[in-house]
Structures are given as C-alpha cells and as structure tokens.
Design a protein around this ligand. Structure first.
Ligand SMILES: Cc1cc2nc3c(=O)[nH]c(=O)nc-3n(C[C@H](O)[C@H](O)[C@H](O)COP(=O)(O)OP(=O)(O)OC[C@H]3O[C@@H](n4cnc5c(N)ncnc54)[C@H](O)[C@@H]3O)c2cc1C
Length: 476
C-alpha cells in the first residue's frame, strides 16, 4: 500500500512527487507512456512568466507569481538550465499602449515587481530586430526561460533518488474507492493501492476525475504549433517578445531558448484527443506573425516544427483541490499556461496544504534535493574534459555532432533515474538529435548504444512510443 499515488509524469506530477519525498511517505508516480514528460510539459514555450497576465485573485495569478520567484533557486538545485532574460509585451499601436498600462497595473496587483512601460527608442536598444511599427513595450524584468523537459525529468529523477517509485506504461483506466484507500487500475490489469491519489493527468485529468464520480469540470485541448530555428540564429533576440494580448489570447511569441535556439509560436486551436501534429496553415500563421513582430526573422535556419496541447478547463482557472465527492482524491486539473512557471509553487502547496490534512507529514531527514547533471560536457574547460576522459573514455567520443554530445552522457542518461530507454528519451535528456540535422547522423548510433546498454535487440529499440520501432529486420 502506497501513501500517495500520483497519476501523470508531467511537470506538475513531478513537482508534487519530489515534494512528497521531503517527508517519510511511500510515494509512487504512474505514467501511461514509455517515458515521463510526454504531455504538454514536453512541448511548450518554456517561459517562466512574470505574472502580469492572469486575473488578480485567480489561482493562476497566485501560483504564477510564486512559481516565478521560486524558479531560479528550484532550477539551480535540480541542475536545470534557467535564464532570467526578461520579457517584452510589444505594442504596435497607441491603442495597444493602453492595454500595456492595464497589464502593468494587473501585474502589480498580482505582486509582480520590476514592471515598466518603455518607449520605442528603449525597445529598439533592447531588441534591434523589432519591427519598425513597434511603438513601445511592457518590460518585465523577472520573466525567464527554462527547459521544460529537462525540468520535469530532473524533478522525477530527484524524487526517485529520494525513494519515490515510477511505473511507466501504466495507463490508468479505472480508480476504485475502497475503505480508506483507492485501487488504481491500469488498462493491462495491473493494480496499485494508495491512501491518497493525486490526479495530475493533464489533458486526461477530466476523464480521471470522472472515474471517482467527480463530474464537476471538463478538460479540453488547445493545440499550439511552433517553429524552431537553429542555434546559429540564437542572437536574433535576447528577450521573450510577445504581442499585446487581445480578447483571443496572448498571440504568438518570439524568444530565445535556454539552449540558444530561437522559438516562434504557438498557435491556439481547439482540438479533440490531444492531436499533436503540425499543419501547413498553423506554421504559416506562426511565421507570418513573427515577421510582423520582428524584422528579417531568419526562417532559413528553421530546423524543425512541433506542437503541444494545452489542457484548458471550463472553470477558466487551475483546479487545485481535494475532490468534493472523493475524500483523499486530489485534482490538479486544467493546468494550462502558466503551469510550467507555477509548478514549483503548486508542488509545495499541494503537499503542505492539502496532503498534510490527509496524512501525517514527518520530515525525511535523508532528503537530498540537489541533482548534479554531468550533461553538457561541451561547456566544460579543456582541463575538466581531459580529467573526465581519463576516468571514462566514452566522454571522449562525440556521438551527436550538432550538439556535441558524448557517448558518456548518453550512457549515463540510459542508467540514471528516470532511465531513458528510447531514442527520444535520450534526446530529451542530453539533446542528442536536437541539433541542425535533427538526429540524421546520430540516431542509429544512439539506438546502438541503447541496444547495448539495455541488452535488447536493435530491432526492439523504439524511437518514442510502442509503435515506433526504428528497424524491422536485416536487409543483408
Ligand atoms: C503550447 C503550449 C505552450 C505553453 N507555454 C507555457 C509557458 O511558456 N510557460 C508556462 O508556464 N506554461 C506553459 N504552458 C503550460 C504548461 O506546459 C503546462 O501547464 C504544464 O506542462 C502542465 O503540466 P501537467 O503535468 O499538468 O500536464 P502534462 O505535462 O500534460 O502531464 C500529464 C501526464 O499525464 C499522463 N497521463 C495522461 N493520462 C494518463 C493516464 N490515463 N494514466 C497515466 N498517465 C496519464 C500524460 O501522458 C502526461 O505525461 C504551455 C502549454 C502548451 C501546450
């Protein structure tokens, strides 16, 4: 019997799981896919929003501002890349300047510091490539950027290092209420008992709540499509640039990423069943809008496109509460943007304010929140590299040429919590295949390393999910 079972290996489930391990609790996370971070936490803008956007008094506003403040220390502890690059909401007409002043006021009400409305000249100095039609901007110095999958993987890995368990390919199909506990059942028949269940299933959180008879909300999907430019164009902008929001939403952004790429997007389109394919129409809208926002966007350096699906809910705010019809069943639902930013604050709140009322919390004196990644070997000095290569020759062999990722880093990702067992899982941990050639060169080599390290046949190595075998057999 587990004390707590978390459904969903996204950034929210991960934040809660890690927080649980600060106490002497038997905790487990179940995830339906082959790896963690396969939902909206995998494909988003990676922005730590300052917090001027959400309605004052909403849970979105509260957790956004708290999470944004926690993010620098949280990412440092977890060894995850974060940059406080600041964000700019740009006005392209005098009418839009009025909206910026309203946003500034709203941000101040939410508790955001260091907000200012700047004029065209200052904006040009900050972002020389901004369109000539820009007239001013709201400058939020506390805005930041973070790698969303690195963060999710680090949270779950750190929780596992501190004793939490992870069950992958555990697709929750039913939750039965028993006397003082729940039995959570997977579609393959596996069962796990837990006293408290936390529903952090993203786009499926509405369906999971219904399994315990909670019909109090519906969760839908809103797709966002992106275009990613190569690191070669990384100095195109240095802040996160938004358009002034309209009634229809925040619109698209142009930003650099913590890994030095340029990201354009996302669109916002209501979709059924979390479809994550991109469309010619969606991508054309992204590039057209980016070209209106900035001058000479280096689209010739496009290396890929992708889409993520926001889990929005009909209450138009985050749901962070114990279900009113199922004691000990906690819903973390409708966590769309700014959910990534809010994750550290949500994790802390859920454990300290909700779980604490259901289970006794006794401090885990052995908890170690620090995670030391040795990834990104390329950033070390020549002396540091030589020292490491002396101990382990695999760090002397580059596998991904574009991102300069070594065999040593890949091997570590395969064996470290949470273990990478597919080519895409390796990619999300160490960036092998994320560069200009998008795995064209390194993918077979990564597959060979996975096959060797896990002792499985090459034909059984997956790209990402069950039906994604890379090889079907030998030709010669
Ligand atoms: C296009 C887009 C842009 C965004 N930009 C930002 C941004 O810049 N800044 C920001 O703060 N936020 C942003 N967000 C929001 C942010 O990504 C989410 O709020 C956050 O990732 C939510 O995490 P989660 O853990 O709740 O959900 P998810 O990451 O979706 O995790 C849910 C997990 O549950 C699993 N699951 C589902 N059903 C089951 C089941 N039956 N059994 C077991 N497991 C199951 C899924 O596979 C998934 O791994 C953006 C979102 C999108 C889509």
């Amino acid at each position: 019997m587990f004390d707590v079972l978390v459904i969903g290996g996204g950034v929210i489930g991960g934040a809660v799981l890690r927080e649980l391990t600060k106490y002497n609790l038997k905790a487990v996370l179940v995830e339906k896919d082959e790896d963690v971070c396969m939902g909206q936490s995998k494909a988003n803008s990676g922005i730590s929003h300052a917090g001027y956007d959400a309605k004052p008094g909403s849970l979105k506003a509260k957790f956004n501002v708290l999470g944004n403040k926690m993010m620098p220390a949280y990412t440092k502890e977890l060894g995850v890349k974060f940059k406080n690059n600041g964000s700019l909401v740009v006005a392209y007409s005098d009418e839009e300047i009025k909206t910026l002043n309203e946003l500034k006021q709203r941000g101040e009400q939410n508790g955001v510091s260091e907000l200012s409305v700047i004029g065209r000249e200052e904006l040009k100095k900050l972002e020389p490539n901004i369109s000539d039609s820009a007239v001013g901007a709201l400058f939020a110095k506390t805005g930041g950027i973070v790698c969303p999958y690195e963060l999710t993987i680090a949270e779950i890995g750190n929780a596992m290092d501190n004793g939490a368990e992870l069950y992958l390919e555990f697709d929750v199909s039913n939750v039965l209420k028993k006397d003082g506990y729940y039995t959570v059942i997977a579609s393959d028949g596996r069962e796990i008992d837990a006293k408290v269940v936390i529903n952090a299933a993203g786009i499926n959180s509405g369906k999971i709540a219904k399994m315990v008879g909670d019909n109090s909300f519906e969760v839908g999907g809103r797709k966002g499509e992106y275009v990613l430019l190569d690191r070669e164009s990384g100095d195109f902008c240095s802040h996160t640039i938004f358009k002034t929001p309209t009634e229809k939403g925040k619109g698209i952004l142009v930003t650099n990423t913590v890994d030095g790429n340029i990201l354009l997007g996302p669109t916002a389109e209501v979709v059924e069943d979390g479809e994550t394919y991109t469309s010619a129409l969606g991508l054309a809208f992204v590039t057209k809008t980016a070209n209106e926002m900035c001058k000479n966007v280096p689209l010739y350096n496009t290396i890929t496109s992708f889409a993520g699906v926001r889990a929005f809910c009909d209450r138009h705010d985050f749901i962070i509460e114990e279900s009113s019809v199922a004691k000990g069943f906690i819903n973390l639902a409708g966590i769309e943007s700014p959910g990534l930013t809010s994750a550290p604050a949500i994790g802390k709140y859920v454990v300290e304010e909700i779980v604490s009322k259901l289970l006794p919390l006794e401090e885990n004196k052995n908890f170690n929140g620090v995670r030391t990644p040795d990834y990104f070997f390329k950033n070390l000095t020549a002396e540091q590299k030589n020292e490491i290569i002396k101990k382990d020759k695999r760090y002397g062999k580059i596998v991904c040429r574009c991102e300069e990722i070594t065999e040593g880093e890949i091997v570590r990702a395969i064996h470290e919590n949470p273990k990478a067992t597919t080519v895409d899982a390796v990619k999300r941990r160490v960036r092998a295949g994320m560069g200009r050639c998008q795995g064209g060169f390194c993918q077979p080599h990564v597959a060979e390393i996975i096959s060797r390290e896990l002792g499985i046949k090459m034909e059984d190595v997956l790209k990402s999910s069950k039906n994604s075998k890379l090889l079907v057999g030998k030709t010669k």
